[in-house]
Design a protein around this ligand. Structure first.
Ligand SMILES: Nc1nc2c(ncn2[C@@H]2O[C@H](COP(=O)(O)OP(=O)(O)OP(=O)(O)O)[C@@H](O)[C@H]2O)c(=O)[nH]1
Ligand SMILES: [Mg+2]
Length: 329
């Protein structure tokens, strides 16, 4: 599995170059003045969003990143060459934390977005800058500023408008495959999905939104049961949750409660998002067993019965998601 969504790396910016000490030596000039140039600036460490990337896998192998140091100043008042910046490319949706303080240093939420996370040191001054009326031949210079060193944690949180949650085998991947062009693995056993799938739903008139399908949740996921709740980070920043509950379930209300409880244990904010609760696979349920769905209420609304197999209510769902996303804007 090549999908990796966390990594810890060490970075350092470049040190500033030291200032130079030298004196002019020209023909016919006995004692030339000081001409030691300043040191060059050290390179910055910059993180940049790149839509081509989808995983933090590389950072499991390559853990140290250093920008170039500034070069020392030179004679003839030449400033040393600056160290090159180091640009670290990250998948869009990556949050960069300072390991020590936990503080967020960068939230890369767009392609091409750049943030400097460690600044290169300034170059030190050469002796030319220390000449005064009383000291015409200074031998003084400054060292360059030190580099900034820090350990960072990268956390990739997929950016999608909508997250689909449900028990394993509820039909989440099937749903994303019928509403978008995503082609996730679908199979008749639990825990088919092991990595998040992202799909783009296209409606008429260029309207569109993105949907994330994640591995199924089970009771006790927050204690690590099943695949745990680690994948919930990928729907943490969605604006809407679609719950899928299998129509053949013994107790639909209980399933809903279990799912809500797992979401809440991960973060209470999860339940503050708007929800659309769907009953899935209704083609497998006898007409006579569907009656009580109408009377059920989840977060104040009736559930929407759908079937990815027959297409029942799938268009209605696609548009309802759109409407709710518009209300949230
Ligand atoms: N009859 C019927 N079967 C469905 C429907 N939707 C999904 N299925 C079947 O249900 C099984 C599970 O579907 P998936 O889409 O893989 O379920 P999932 O929720 O993604 O499962 P995990 O990835 O394990 O969490 C597959 O055999 C699907 O073909 C539906 O609307 N009707
Ligand atoms: Mg799946």
């Amino acid at each position: 599995m090549n999908f990796i969504d966390t990594a810890a790396v060490d970075i350092s910016s470049g040190k500033g170059g030291k200032g130079h000490v030298s004196f002019r030596r020209e023909k016919f000039v006995a004692n030339g003045g000081p001409d030691g140039g300043n040191g060059g600036k050290g390179g910055n460490v910059i993180v940049r969003g790149d839509v081509q990337l989808a995983t933090l896998l590389d950072f499991r192998y390559h853990r140290n990143y250093h920008a170039e140091d500034g070069n020392p100043g030179e004679k003839y008042n030449c400033t040393g060459r600056s160290g090159k910046d180091l640009v670290i490319k990250l998948p869009v949706g990556t949050v960069v934390h300072d390991t020590a303080s936990g503080k967020i240093l960068a939230d890369i939420d767009a392609d091409g977005k750049e943030i400097i996370i460690a600044r290169g040191g300034r170059g030190g001054r050469g002796n030319a800058e220390f000449m005064t009326s009383i000291n015409q031949a200074p031998r003084h210079f400054e060292p360059g500023e030190p580099a900034e060193e820090l350990s960072i944690v990268l956390e990739l949180k997929i950016l999608a408008d909508v997250g689909i949650v449900g028990f394993p085998n509820a039909g989440k991947s099937t749903l994303i495959s019928v509403i978008s062009a995503a082609k996730p693995k679908i199979a008749d056993y639990p825990f088919t999905t092991l990595i998040p799938n992202l799909g783009m739903v296209r409606l008429a008139d260029g309207k569109s939104y993105t949907v994330a399908d994640i591995p199924g949740l089970i009771e006790g996921a927050h204690e690590g049961r099943g695949l745990g709740i680690q994948f919930l980070r990928h729907i943490e920043r969605t604006r809407l949750l679609v719950f899928l509950i299998d129509g053949a379930s013994e107790d639909i209300k209980k399933d809903y409660k279990v799912l809500c409880n797992e979401l809440k244990k991960y973060s209470p904010d999860m339940l503050k998002k708007p929800q659309i609760v769907c009953i899935s696979k209704i083609d497998t349920v006898l007409e006579s067993d569907r009656k009580n769905w109408k009377r059920m209420k989840f977060a104040g609304a009736s559930p929407m019965p759908i079937s990815s197999a027959t297409g029942d209510n799938i268009d209605t769902l696609k548009w309802q998601i759109w409407e709710v996303l518009q209300q949230g804007k």
